[in-house]
Ligand binder design. Sequence first.
Ligand SMILES: NC(=O)c1ccc[n+]([C@@H]2O[C@H](COP(=O)([O-])OP(=O)(O)OC[C@H]3O[C@@H](n4cnc5c(N)ncnc54)[C@H](OP(=O)(O)O)[C@@H]3O)[C@@H](O)[C@H]2O)c1
Length: 136
Amino acid sequence: MLDVFNVNALGALRVTEAFVPLVMNSASKMIANISSEAGSIGQNKRSSWFAYCMSKAALNMGSSLVHNGLKEAGGHVLLIHPGWVQTFMRGELDVAAELTPTESAGKIIGLIRERIGQSPGDVPAFIDVYGNSMPW
Ligand SMILES: NC(=O)c1ccc[n+]([C@@H]2O[C@H](COP(=O)([O-])OP(=O)(O)OC[C@H]3O[C@@H](n4cnc5c(N)ncnc54)[C@H](OP(=O)(O)O)[C@@H]3O)[C@@H](O)[C@H]2O)c1
């Protein structure tokens, strides 16, 4: 569990810390983190997957803290659930998943581009790959 937390929650925070001076000097001032529906407490139906779900909920909170620290200077954080994607994340290729990595990545890039130039919201946007708001 600590390994998963270290990668999913702390890894994103380490990358943020390293890049935030460059991001805040950029036109977009945006950080986009790949979260998951599994990190949503509000819509949780699972009773297992403790490491993954807890690590993504921690990523969401870390992103909220970073967003609050940057928003007055025009910086913002976007949290995206990439959909159910055909990858090896669960150990073997998830052929039943609804999106290919190319499809998911294309939609994610579109969502990021749409938001460039927008003012930061009071809270970070937590959206799915179709642009729908996700419950925290
Ligand atoms: N697939 C889904 O249905 C789904 C759903 C919701 C959210 N997500 C999220 O989408 C993101 C991408 O997942 P994916 O499905 O594309 O999984 P994936 O194919 O298993 O890719 C995971 C990526 O993370 C990298 N990685 C793993 N451990 C790392 C470490 N210790 N340090 C640095 N990089 C590390 C891997 O690098 P290497 O290639 O070098 O091993 C790989 O590029 C993840 O954040 C996942 O939680 C996926």
